[in-house]
Design a protein around this ligand. Structure first.
Ligand code: CAA
Length: 270
């Protein structure tokens, strides 16, 4: 039996692994992350950039995006940013074309943009319902549709849909969000089957309660009650989610498709 290398850097591919790159070196890919200026989105952008990829992201709020870019530059990152309302189909088609014209075909798509409009159903307005469905679910179609053709032509693709624990277990006050996030995983499973033979994988990542602005918007007493239900005893970090994403993006993850990977501190197990 071959001895395990002491470090990843000393990894030498054996004959049957010779087509794989050493684990420490990523094949540079063009990645598009929607909603990259948010908490989880930022961590994903940084993680992909650190792995050597070219990263583009969409944003909606100009002022927030400029401040984010400045912050990222201070930390040593340069990202390609595109203003895009991903709930708008026509706008999204135009923006994806610009990304491809600037950077080349997109190999990796992270559908991360999303919003909440929490309310019990009895109080929920049609606008709260539509805003969440169009931003969280329609957006997945809007961005994936144009990007997919490039992936199929290239023969490589990674599509990762950032869903939520609340799409798996439901949540009081989130009929709109839970419906959109559960719908995302149905999309994943259907598309995974359509493109499996073409080198394109499609997976869902379901974060639990991650310490971001979205969680900070939940009333303090409810947040305390939630954290008490998490076996690991803390909210997640954006980096916890970025780690799962980078694992799925890796060249070696080509056999994982149609999966839903939870990162929730044991809050929900299925
Ligand atoms: N289960 C059962 N009953 C509950 C409940 C729960 N989880 N939460 C509240 N209730 C009860 C209340 O005790 C109250 O009962 P009484 O009328 O008998 O007193 C009743 O339901 C009404 O509750 P609220 O006063 O909270 O109702 P509200 O209209 O003021 O607020 C809400 C409703 C906006 C949905 C609020 O409960 C809330 O913000 N909940 C948190 C929702 C949540 O977890 N959102 C997650 C955001 S983070 C995210 O989404 C990221 C991710 O992917 C995980």
């Amino acid at each position: 039996m071959t001895a395990l290398p002491k470090t990843v850097d000393s990894f030498v591919p054996t004959n049957d692994q010779k087509d794989l790159p050493p684990l420490s070196v990523a094949v540079p890919r063009v990645c598009l992350v929607t909603g990259g200026t948010g908490g989880i989105g930022s961590a994903i952008c940084k993680r992909l950039a650190k792995a050597g990829h070219v990263v583009a992201t969409t944003y909606r709020n100009e002022e927030k995006a400029r401040a984010w870019e400045a912050e990222m530059r201070k930390e040593g990152f340069t990202f390609h940013t595109y203003k895009c309302d991903v709930s708008n189909f026509e706008e999204t088609q135009r923006v994806v074309k610009s990304v491809v014209a600037d950077l080349g075909p997109v190999h990796v798509l992270i559908n991360n943009a999303g919003i909440t409009r929490d309310s019990t159903l009895r109080k929920m307005t049609i606008d709260q319902w539509r805003d969440v469905i169009s931003n969280d679910l329609d957006s997945v179609f809007n961005v994936t549709r144009p990007v997919l053709d490039y992936m199929l032509e290239t023969g490589f693709g990674r599509i990762i849909n950032i869903s939520s624990i609340n799409g798996q277990k439901g949540q009081f006050g989130q009929a709109n969000y839970a419906a959109a996030k559960a719908g995302m995983h149905g999309f994943t499973k259907a598309l995974a089957q359509e493109v499996a033979k073409k080198g394109v994988t499609v997976n869902t990542v379901s974060p639990g309660y991650i310490d971001t602005d979205m969680i900070q918007a939940v009333p303090e007493n409810i947040r305390q009650a939630i954290v008490a239900q998490i076996p690991v005893g803390r909210f997640g970090k954006p980096e916890d989610v970025a780690h799962v994403v980078s694992f799925l993006v890796a060249e070696e993850s080509g056999f994982i498709t149609g999966a839903n990977i939870s990162s929730n501190g044991g809050h929900f197990m299925d």
